[in-house]
Design a protein around this ligand. Structure first.
Ligand code: ATP
Ligand code: LTN
Length: 333
């Protein structure tokens, strides 16, 4: 199904809940438009999700939900490969091999590990620590050229690149060294309640996040309650994290430049602006919501799509993983 002349894109998202506006603007909404220019592989990373505590029944439901959301956000299973990570054992197999080319020290420097260990102090498991190696395996197993991600994943991608370079030096050319593909606007959408923190699916406070399935009233209410500052001018300025975040979001969903947004709201207060951001965001998400409702009601179709995706993903990655196995000196079975 793939065109040999096109570059390959790989990206993944965790089934830890409904995607947030941050996931959408920073990553997923950019994935659909890439499908014509590139060979694209998109993955629901359930193996990554169990690095934090998951209720099995909830994980199962969220994984199917995340898969449906991926399609609702414009990923076409006829154009791209869309699958569930645990359906392809090559990721876990390659991850082990790569972990033996990854140093304890480099994993200790990962900021996501530090943040998540602080947040889940009662469950600092080995998987949480080696999470970035599995992510490197996801990408390298397909020899991906480009990885569309939000800014928070840049450090993990840098590590994946280092692992690839090191493996290639040690065992001869095996893996493509992937490049990050980070959007210029909206690569880091911040929490609406604490604009110094990134908006995250697993935030305990639902008012901190806009979920892409929230209805219009909920979205507008969340923006009305967004934490800003005591000034009143809609201008992007150092130290105004809350309003800067809202300007970024508005700019990302309307396509208007920051200066244009500032001009549009000159002489108006935060109240008017918050309402406009809420309306623009809700309108931009309306199609996703309708598509999701249609898809999630059709379990048979979803199953057919993820099974096909897993087969396609397996066959591409098997070749790469076999090559890596051979290079390290394992006898072929
Ligand atoms: P969790 O809260 O469960 O850790 P998450 O919301 O951080 O999840 P992931 O599934 O880890 O989301 O990330 C999926 C994609 O969304 C990644 O490419 C990531 O960089 C991007 N992303 C996540 N949060 C944001 C954000 N606040 N702004 C922009 N992009 C983001
Ligand atoms: N770690 C990523 C999710 C992820 C990913 C990947 C992203 C897992 N494997 C491969 C890009 C490529 C995150 O968003 N937290």
């Amino acid at each position: 199904m793939f065109d040999k002349d096109k570059k390959l894109i790989f990206s993944g998202i965790q089934p830890t809940g409904v995607f947030t506006l941050g996931n959408y603007i920073g990553a997923v909404r950019n994935w659909g438009p890439l499908q014509d220019e590139y060979n694209c592989i998109y993955c629901i990373v359930d193996l990554h999700a169990i690095t934090v505590k998951q209720e099995p029944a909830v994980l199962r439901k969220n994984t199917l939900g995340a898969y449906a959301l991926l399609l609702a956000c414009g990923i076409d299973p006829e154009k791209s490969i869309a699958f569930i990570q645990s359906h392809n054992p090559n990721h876990a197999e390659l991850s082990w091999v790569l972990s033996c080319s990854t140093q304890f020290g480099e994993l200790s420097r990962m900021t996501q590990f530090k943040d998540k260990s602080a947040k889940h102090a009662d469950n600092i498991n080995a998987g949480l620590f080696t999470y970035p190696v599995l992510m490197a395996a996801d990408i390298l197993a397909y020899n991906a050229d480009l990885v569309p991600i939000g800014a928070d994943q840049k450090q993990h991608l840098e590590l994946a690149r280092n692992i690839a370079v090191r493996f290639n030096q040690k065992y001869s050319e095996t893996f493509t060294v992937p490049e990050p593909y980070i959007p210029t606007v909206g690569a880091r959408v911040m929490s609406l309640q604490d604009p110094e923190k990134k908006m995250s699916k697993s935030d305990a406070n639902p008012n901190a996040c806009v979920y892409i399935l929230d209805d219009k009233d909920t979205i507008i209410r969340k923006f009305k309650r967004a934490v800003t500052d005591s000034e009143a001018e809609v201008v992007y300025r150092e130290g105004k994290a809350g309003i800067n975040n809202l300007i970024t979001i508005y700019s990302a969903v309307t396509g208007k430049a920051v200066a244009e947004v500032e001009r549009e709201f000159e002489g108006k207060g935060y109240g008017d602006f918050k309402l406009a951001v809420g309306e623009a965001v809700a309108d931009s998400l309306e199609n996703v919501r309708t598509e999701y409702a249609r898809l999630i009601a059709d379990k048979a179709y979803l199953e057919q799509c993820y099974k096909q995706g897993a087969e396609q993903a397996y066959s591409i990655s098997r070749r790469v993983v076999s090559k890596a196995y051979k290079k390290v000196g394992f006898i072929q079975r």
